[in-house]
Design a protein around this ligand. Structure first.
Ligand SMILES: *Cc1c(COP(=O)(O)O)cnc(C)c1O
Length: 229
């Protein structure tokens, strides 16, 4: 078995164990393989090992990889998970299936307008600044409901839920706090009438805590592809 296939198996086992611990079904948690800085050949190896959803952070790199793997396009799901500038929205709208880091209405409006008519709506999440650090991107929790209502009304998009990158934290108990706050925020939006199903949270170092608090899409890079250079 290749290293990537073995790593994927180990990550899927971690997800299954965390789900079981939380009384959840492993099949309810989707694995997004974060392939930023990873070559198209190694992404292909992951796809051959059965991994079909990939996350990219940089527009140009992502678009090039999607082109290099065009023969697999109908089977793969490409997620744009990095911060997005307004001059790059068109490429993302034309090539990706999902965008995780919506943090202002202007970006969402551009993506909606630029989504080609023949394609399914772009699936999107709003990024929440759940740890409240000044340096991190994302919307303040208090501003999420208004943005969510506005994004949900855009015809080229389908709002699926929320995404967060909490401040790194080693203590597993402390790791759970921001994830619990994310779940409460999503529950509040659903009570407000929005049809949402996605909590995109959990990375290589905190996926167990995220799954314990209801994550259903974990974004894993290092544990699959190794440390980035
Ligand atoms: C790089 C990245 C990840 C993956 O992080 P790892 O610690 O390598 O698992 C997840 N989400 C986002 C937004 C990232 O930029």
């Amino acid at each position: 078995m290749s290293v990537i296939a073995a790593n994927l198996q180990a990550v899927n086992q971690r997800i299954a164990a965390a789900a079981q611990q939380a009384g959840r079904q492993p099949g309810d948690i989707a694995l997004l393989a974060v392939s930023k800085t990873v070559s198209a050949d190694r992404v292909r190896a992951a796809a051959e090992a059965g991994q079909l959803a990939f996350g990219e952070n940089y527009v140009q790199e992502g678009v090039e990889k999607i082109a290099a793997l065009a023969d697999l396009r109908s089977r793969l799901q490409w997620h744009f998970i990095g911060p997005l500038q307004s001059n790059k929205t068109r490429l993302v709208a034309e090539h990706f299936d999902w965008v995780h880091a919506i943090d202002r209405l202007r970006i969402a409006e551009r993506l909606s307008a630029q989504r080609p008519a023949g394609m399914a709506p772009l699936q999107v999440c709003i990024q929440v600044n759940i740890s409240g650090e000044a340096s991190k991107s994302g919307v303040a929790p208090a501003d999420v409901p208004a943005l969510a209502q506005a994004v949900a009304a855009l015809p080229g998009l389908r709002l699926r839920g929320l995404m967060a990158i909490p401040e790194p934290e080693d203590d597993p108990v402390a790791q759970r706090r921001p994830f619990a706050a994310m779940r409460a925020l999503l529950d509040g939006l659903r009570e407000g009438g929005l049809d949402l199903d996605t909590l995109s949270m959990g990375m290589s170092g905190d996926m167990e805590a995220a799954i314990a608090e209801g994550a259903n899409l974990v974004r894993i890079g290092t544990a699959i592809f190794g440390a980035r250079g």
